[in-house]
Structures are given as C-alpha cells and as structure tokens.
Design a protein around this ligand. Structure first.
Ligand code: NAD
Length: 499
C-alpha cells in the first residue's frame, strides 16, 4: 500500500471516528446507536435516538435498547406533528387492519395454530371500534377566578406485552390507543406470534412513514425473551407499561417498579336463572364461548344454571349447534385436556391445562373424547360438578362445563369461586333485577353483561367501545386513549372568563 493511500485511509477513519464520538466504538452497534441517540438528547437524561441505525427498520429491532431509543425518537417527532399526525396514524392503522384482515388473519392462524380463521379476520376488521384522538377532549372549569383546563397528555414511550390469543388485534388496538394519546410504543410480543407481530408493525410503520415521515412510532423486538422484557421495562425512555396476558406477566410487570396497566386473566362465569329466556340464553352462550374457539379472555368459560331450567337450557344449546358429551366422554376429554400431578386425580384444583388443546377446533376435542360430531358444531358441553377442572381452570377451549345449582344464591357463590377474584368478566341471563344486582355486587367484575354474549361487553352487539386489553387487576377497565395519558392542569387566574 502506498503512503498516500495510508494517509488518506487514516484521514477517513479519523473523520468517521470523530463523527461517532470520543470513544470511537465503531464496531459496537449499541455504542453507535447510543452515540447517535445522545446526539439528539435534549438534556433531560433520556436518550432521544436519532441514529442512522434506526433508519429503514420500520419498527422491527433485534435489540430492546435500540427499539426503545428509536421509539423515543419517534415520540419527539410525533409531538411535532400535533393532533393531526396522531389522527393520521390512527386512520392508517385502522385502514390497514381492515383491508388486510383476510391475509393477516390467515398468517396469525398459521403461526399460532390456535383459534378460528373467520373470527381472526373479524377481530381485525372491527378495529375501527377502538377509540382514538376524539377521546382526549380536555375538561374545563370557568368561574369568578378565571378558567382552568385539564388536558390529557402523553407519557412518552409505552412498553407493551401482547398475548398469543389475539396478537395483531391487540397490538393494533394498543397502537391506536397509545398513539392517539401522543405516545410511541415498544412491544415484546408473545414468542409464538412474533412473525405476524413484526410483519404488522413493519407494514404500519412503512405506511406511516410514507404519509407523515415517522418511521418507528410502534417498535417490536423481533426475538422477544424475558431479557428483552426486562430491557424494555428498565429503559429510561419507557415511562409506562401495558401488559396483556396471564398471571405470570401481570406479576412480572407489577414487580418492575414502573407503573403498569395490567390486562390480566379471566375465567368468566355465566349464571342462568329461571326468569331468563332459554332460547336467547343458549344462543348467546354458544356465540360467546365458541368465538375463536374460546380464546377470548371475556369468553364464557363455565355455566351455572338453576336446576329447574337446566334441562331446558341444555336442550336449547343442542338445538342451536352445541354438542353434549356424556359423562364417560367427558372423563376421556378431561384426561386429555389436563395433566394432573402425581397422586392427584381428576377434579383437583391444580390441574394444568394441556396447551395442545387450547384454541383448537371442536372436532379436535371431540376426537380426544372419542365421539363423532356433526360438521359445523360450534361448541361441546357437558354437565360437570362445580369443582371440575373445566370449571376451575381458564381452559380456553370450545368446551363449556354446565353446573346445576339449587338457587340464585348458590349460583352466585359458585360463580365467585370460579372467577378467582380476577375481577374480569361475568355474565347473567335473567329478567330478575335483584338477581342481576346480587351477582354484580358479589363478583364486582370489570365487565358484567346481562342477557347477551360476552362480546356485547366490548361494543359488539352492546353499547360501548372496543379494546383487546381490559385492565383488570390494576383497575383502568376497558383501555382507551385516556388510559395512556397524564392529566395536566393549566390555570388562568382571574381572566378570560368573559361573562
Ligand atoms: P401468556 O400469559 O402466556 O402470555 C402473554 C404475554 O406475556 C406473552 O407475550 C408472553 O411472552 C408474556 N409473558 C408470559 N409470562 C411472562 C413473564 N413471567 N415475564 C414477562 N413476560 C411474560 O398468555 P397468552 O396465552 O398469550 O394469552 C392468554 C392469557 O391472556 C389468558 O390468561 C387471557 O385471559 C389473558 N388475556 C387477557 C386480556 C385482557 O384484556 N384482560 C386480553 C387477552 C388475553
């Protein structure tokens, strides 16, 4: 190599190192990202991102630290786009979810192998029912001492965990709510649904970038692990957590020390009394429990019915497309659907659900039970005792246990036991307002549906709005844009009250 070449190379290297910062860690990608991040820090202590390393990723990152820094950069960019920018993102996410529902629903089913295609598609098509920026109307006070405005303002970056049961709908609904509130978001998706999560995030960001020039408003860690979860939770830019899943992730989120909004598990009981219309109750129960093969956290998981109308209800369920198993078939299915620890038999409260049956079609359960069912059967059911594993566990299968009770009081007490204090969802079919009130008070659940299927509680056939994250143990309820805001008060003393 000539001396001219050498000095030219040295000059180039020195210039590159100079641009990267004093330590010159040119070969360490996180150092490059961190250097780039620091370059646009506003001095608040939180890295703002902004590196060339974030370009072209469209929200899909290998590393949690990088994903959070890119989301922080996007949050700063989003602030500059105002409400109009947030509204555009909301529209883009809703449009893409609807127009790609068939393709994305199929991808979800192929990857997760749980649920039903028709319902996977429907869940993506109904994203328009998720509320957006219109929910952030400020609240005003006006009086002798002037005017005061309370506004709903963003936190910054939200760290979110999504379940396997509705991966793209949850992620998409979360983006709408979180971004409408002015935040950006980083997802640690369920490992068994990561390909579809990354695909959707990329597609959303590409469209958002084309429209308003922000690349990483929703980020996803492409290989989610417990470490990436911890990385997101402990990142300085992440100011708030939203987790949607079972008891494990709720506990983990609550232990992080950050404020966590937790959409936790459920085991929704249904009570049917003798004042209800059995035909209507049967249809609603089948509609809710069969939906996506009973993957919904709000889905009917066990039925308590007054003894005197039990036969009528079960007859109506058979008439409307559910298939009744006898006790021998139930026993065979129970052994396949649960595992029991050594020394513990069927009916044990500690039965563990066999994941091979979660979200599978009724025919798979029927085969396990050794029974042939008619084509098009939506749901299987059988009479069980109140302490049966199908009652006690959140089984998420298209099978419903039906338990006879002697009175509304007994039914309510059994429902309280089965719900485990999750305070998630309960359903009653009754025309007796006192029975409804008694059940509502005793269960104290976030959703309490009367005379309809579970989804009526989320605006599908009932009044209300949709979210796929219902914050149960932490109490925020059906999440919406306000859930992801800080309330800030702005006071004008003695002026601007015109009259
Ligand atoms: P899951 O608990 O197995 O997983 C949910 C998410 O949490 C996944 O991303 C998983 O990787 C992560 N996770 C699990 N344990 C973790 C831990 N210890 N630390 C960090 N992350 C962890 O649940 P699932 O099977 O995907 O979904 C079904 C469960 O979610 C059911 O219990 C259902 O009731 C609940 N769910 C609740 C709502 C709601 O709105 N309340 C909505 C959907 C699902």
């Amino acid at each position: 190599m000539s001396s001219v070449d050498e000095s030219l190379i040295r000059e180039i290297v020195s210039e590159v190192l100079g641009r990267l910062g004093a330590n010159g860690s040119a070969t360490n990608p996180s150092a490059i990202a961190a250097g780039a991040a620091n370059a646009t820090s506003c001095g608040c202590g939180v890295k703002k991102g902004g590196g060339a390393g974030f370009r072209g990723k469209f929200g899909v990152f290998q590393d949690a630290e990088e994903a959070c820094a890119a989301a922080q950069e996007a949050f700063v960019q989003l602030q500059k786009k105002g409400i109009a920018g947030r509204r555009r993102i909301e529209e883009i996410v809703k449009d893409l979810s609807e127009t790609n529902a068939e393709e994305w629903g199929r991808m979800e089913l192929e990857e997760t192998k749980i649920g039903r295609l028709d319902h996977k598609i429907e869940k993506l098509k109904i994203l328009k029912l998720v509320p957006g920026v219109e929910w952030l109307r400020p609240e005003a006070r006006s009086g002798d001492h002037g005017i005061t405005l309370e506004e709903f303002t963003p936190f910054g970056v939200v760290g979110a965990v999504t379940p396997s049961t509705h991966p793209i709908p949850t992620l998409s609904g979360n983006i709408v709510n979180i971004v409408a509130a002015g935040n950006s978001v980083v997802f640690n998706p369920h490992p068994s649904a990561v390909r579809c999560a990354a695909m959707a995030v990329r597609r959303y960001n590409e469209a958002i970038y084309r429209d308003i020039g922000i690349e990483n408003v929703a980020c996803v860690v492409e290989q989610p692990t417990m470490d990436s979860f911890k990385g997101i939770c402990s990142h300085d830019a992440v100011r708030l957590l939203l987790v949607t899943g079972g008891p494990g992730v709720v506990k983990a989120a609550m232990q992080t020390g950050k404020r966590a909004i937790c959409a936790g598990p459920g085991n929704p009981p249904v009570l049917v009394d003798d004042t209800a219309c059995m035909e209507r109750a049967a249809k609603a129960i089948i509609q809710g429990a069969a939906y996506d093969n009973n993957l919904l956290c709000i889905g009917e998981k066990e039925v308590f019915v007054l003894d005197k109308v039990a036969d009528k209800l079960m007859g109506a369920m058979e008439k409307h497309g559910a298939f009744r198993l006898n006790s021998a078939q139930l026993e065979v299915l129970t052994k396949a659907a649960f595992s029991f620890k050594e020394g513990q038999g069927g009916g044990c409260a500690h039965a563990a659900v066999n994941r091979d049956f979660i979200g599978k079609d009724p025919i798979v359960l029927a085969q396990a039970a050794g029974v042939v069912i008619p084509a098009g059967t939506q749901l299987l059911f059988a009479e069980t005792r109140a302490d049966h594993p199908f009652v006690v566990e959140e089984q998420m299968m298209p099978f419903l246990p039906v338990v006879r009770v002697a009175s509304v009081e007994e039914g309510v007490a059994r429902a309280v036991e089965a719900e485990h204090g999750y305070k998630h969802t309960a359903i009653i079919h009754s025309h007796d307002v006192e029975a409804m009130t008694a059940m509502g008070r005793a269960l104290d659940t976030t959703l309490f549906i009367k005379n309809g299927p579970c989804m009526a509680g989320l605006g599908l056939g009932g009044e209300g709005y949709l979210s796929f994250s219902i914050a149960t143990p932490t109490g925020e309820g059906v999440s919406n844009p306000r859930t992801f805001t800080r309330v800030r008060r702005c006071v004008m003393v003695d002026n601007l009250r015109i009259y």
